[in-house]
Design a binder for this molecule. Structure first.
Ligand SMILES: C[S@@+](CC[C@H](N)C(=O)[O-])C[C@H]1O[C@@H](n2cnc3c(N)ncnc32)[C@H](O)[C@@H]1O
Length: 213
């Protein structure tokens, strides 16, 4: 799996298909975050979330993790263009979390936006276990992703969208998974309970703020 090829087009495609809904979903609970010391933004792509995150969150360390070098370059360029004080507190890591370890421990915030959906159910368990074992005891988790839920029409619509996206990313990024695995049970089991949750685009996307108890 490699997002290098699709990275330069990702933002344009997102806006064409979903307008501003994905960004609204990513940023829904930014104002609800407590004081954060060390955050890991994982599979965070081209940096659309990063700039808004830094405007809201004054945390001491931000570890920005992605397996695509092109995505990391785009995020770094976007950051250079913005005028956010203290952007030196960000470290960029080129890591494949299906193979590599987390770069550090004791994160008190994890962010996964439209990232966990790239994994099959079996792989998702490994990745979530790896991430949670690098978190502090009362860490927060900001989550945004697609979902298949709701009434018959909503489920059918979401199913069609998700299938289309997996097909597209199979050819452009080599994604292997073909069905969406909901990480809720795994997050619950690892102690991350939902504090706030909301849906967007007629239930196609869900944003959650979770905290470990
Ligand atoms: C669907 S994109 C989402 C990007 C961004 N979070 C967003 O909201 O637009 C998935 C991102 O996860 C990254 N990714 C995929 N598999 C990964 C892995 N095993 N380890 C780290 N990053 C990965 C990709 O390079 C890509 O940037």
């Amino acid at each position: 799996m490699n997002f290098n090829r699709v990275a330069p087009w990702f933002e344009r495609l997102e806006k064409m298909v979903f307008r501003d809904q994905m960004q609204i979903c990513r940023t829904a609970f930014l104002s609800d975050l407590p004081a954060i010391k060390k955050a890991a933004l994982i599979g965070e792509g081209n940096g659309t979330f990063l700039v808004q995150f830094l405007e809201h969150c004054n945390c001491e360390e931000v570890h920005y993790i992605d397996s695509s070098k092109t995505m990391l370059d785009l995020a770094q360029k976007r950051l250079q263009k913005s005028v956010i004080p203290g952007s030196t507190r960000i470290e960029f890591y080129s890591l494949d979390l299906s193979l590599d370890a987390m770069p550090d421990q004791n994160y008190d915030l994890i962010v996964t936006n439209f990232f966990l959906d790239v994994f099959s159910a079996a792989m998702l368990k490994n990745v979530i276990t790896k991430i949670t074992s690098a978190c502090s005891r009362d860490a927060h988790w900001l989550y945004a992703d697609f979902q298949i839920t709701g009434n018959r029409f909503q489920r059918w619509r979401a199913f069609a969208w998700v299938k289309t996206m997996y097909l597209f990313f199979r050819f452009t990024a080599g994604i292997q998974t073909t069905s969406l695995a909901d990480p809720s049970t795994l997050l619950d089991r690892n102690g991350f309970q939902v504090k706030w949750s909301t849906e967007f685009d007629n239930g196609l996307m869900r944003s959650e703020l979770r905290q470990r108890k």
